[in-house]
Design a protein around this ligand. Structure first.
Ligand code: ATP
Ligand code: MG
Length: 425
């Protein structure tokens, strides 16, 4: 469908949709859109497109997509003022963006990155939101150097990814903070001097505030931009004020699109599928690689120990291996180990026992890494073949893999999220 947009008006489009610009000039989150360009708006996302000149576009709307024309500038004045203040500093600048879910964090980071890029800065965007990832798959932290203006950071090619393996930071605070510090250092080493760090929407309550405070203490950014209405964020603002950081408060845009849990899950699932495109099942000998994270296994079966345990329990077990500190015991899916039997084993073997059930690994999201610890891609575990000592992973990673890091997110065969395992075993 053809549509004209008068200069100064804004087209709000809710995806899935695609627009093509025939004539005029448009802009989205500070990124210019030129004649001949196509812009794709993903499902679950709303993009405000401003007309810089009278423009003619073609719109293709997908299922449940919609659009409306509004007579206002979608970028709040507070966003413009914040960008001006931050850009008044020459040299290296680091900015952390905090705010509730749906407050506009991703959009503010995108806007700031675009304005800085247009002014010639070497911009890096770091995505610290595990649940609603923009760069890299869900459960990861991502870094992208900005090489051209960005409308949707989901389309950026990540330069570096760190796998955390959970969609929420609450049980993985320390690895998330370490990962973000690591990515910031990498961005600086790669030559960026304007580093924008986005975070998750967990900002209310003592644990969330402690986490954000700890993060800011470690990163020591020049600016912390806090998005949203002041009242619910007051405890966070008060806590950060004592750190003597430069805090800038900005508003949430009026027309922001809020997403419910189901939509958020659907957005994550689209992302898993994107990173699993063209995947096939590949087999890795466990004893050649490091398998760790939510489950750890060395792939070095101990036959004598297995027989001893079978003797104690009076029944067959699938697999066992012993390390100095613990014993990994794999039972059949249906096997049931009573507390009494467990206590007997611990007493006789005098080491903590980690019990796994065969099949429990199925569907767990993993990251595959090379020998330098570099993230190569994600996969899902098909199975561990204890007899052959192999790990079967559904992945599109082709290179040589030396580590498989197991996460706490379980997907089904279609890439749907089945569960997030809350407790490490
Ligand atoms: N000024 C605006 N006008 C219209 N829509 C906007 C505007 N700013 C942001 N949006 C849209 O509102 C939605 C929420 O914004 P955004 O994704 O930036 O928030 P967020 O805080 O990062 O959310 P999340 O917690 O899911 O990460 C997005 O679809 C975004 O494109
Ligand atoms: Mg976001």
């Amino acid at each position: 469908m053809k549509q004209s947009i008068e200069k100064g008006k804004t087209l709000l489009i809710d995806g899935p949709a695609c627009i093509a610009l025939y004539s005029g000039a448009l802009r989205a989150f500070g990124a210019p859109i030129k004649v001949g360009e196509h812009i794709i708006i993903r499902r679950g996302r709303r993009i405000p497109i401003e007309a810089i000149e009278d423009s003619q576009i073609e719109i293709l709307l997908g299922n449940s997509a919609s659009f409306s024309l509004i007579d206002e500038n979608p970028i709040p004045d507070s966003w413009r003022n914040a960008a001006d203040k931050i850009l008044s500093i020459d040299g290296r600048v680091e900015i952390v963006v905090l705010g509730n879910v749906d407050s506009g964090k991703t959009s503010f980071c995108t806007y700031l990155a675009n304005v800085a890029f247009e002014r010639g800065r070497s911009v890096a965007l770091i995505d610290g939101d595990l649940g609603q990832s923009d760069i890299g798959p869900p459960g990861t932290l991502g870094l992208s150097l900005i090489r051209s203006p960005v409308i949707d950071p989901f389309n950026l090619q990540p330069d570096y990814v760190i796998f955390i393996g959970n969609t929420s930071p609450s049980s993985v605070v320390q690895p998330t903070i370490n990962g973000l510090v690591d990515l910031r250092d990498k961005a600086l080493n790669m030559g960026s001097s304007f580093v924008v760090i986005n975070t998750d929407g967990w900002v209310e309550g003592l644990d969330a505030i402690n986490y954000k405070r700890h993060l800011i203490r470690r990163l020591q950014p020049n600016f912390v931009v806090i998005i949203g209405s002041e009242e619910p964020l007051k405890p966070l603002i008060d806590s950060l004020s004592s750190l003597e950081v430069n805090i800038i408060l900005v508003e949430t845009p009026r027309n922001v699109k809020r997403r419910d849990r189901e939509t958020r899950k659907m957005i994550r699932e689209a992302s898993y599928r994107k990173y699993l495109r063209d995947a096939k099942v590949r087999s890795y000998p466990i004893s050649w690689i490091k398998v760790d994270g939510h489950m750890e296994i060395a792939g070095k079966p101990d036959q004598a120990l297995k027989e001893r345990i079978e003797g104690i329990l009076g029944e067959k077990i699938v697999y066992c291996e012993g390390t100095q500190n613990s014993i990994i015991l794999v039972l059949d899916e249906r096997a049931n180990l009573s507390n009494e039997a467990r206590a007997k084993l611990s007493a006789e073997l005098n080491r903590p026992i980690r019990i796994m059930r065969k099949g429990e690994e199925r569907g767990l999201l993993v990251a595959l890494e090379d020998g330098n610890g570099r993230f190569l891609g994600i996969g899902t575990i098909q199975c561990i073949d204890f007899e052959r000592g192999t790990l079967k992973v559904y992945t599109n990673v082709e290179g040589s893999v030396l580590r498989v890091h197991i996460g706490q997110i379980r997907l089904d065969d279609k890439g749907n999220e089945v569960e997030i395992i809350s407790r490490s075993t």
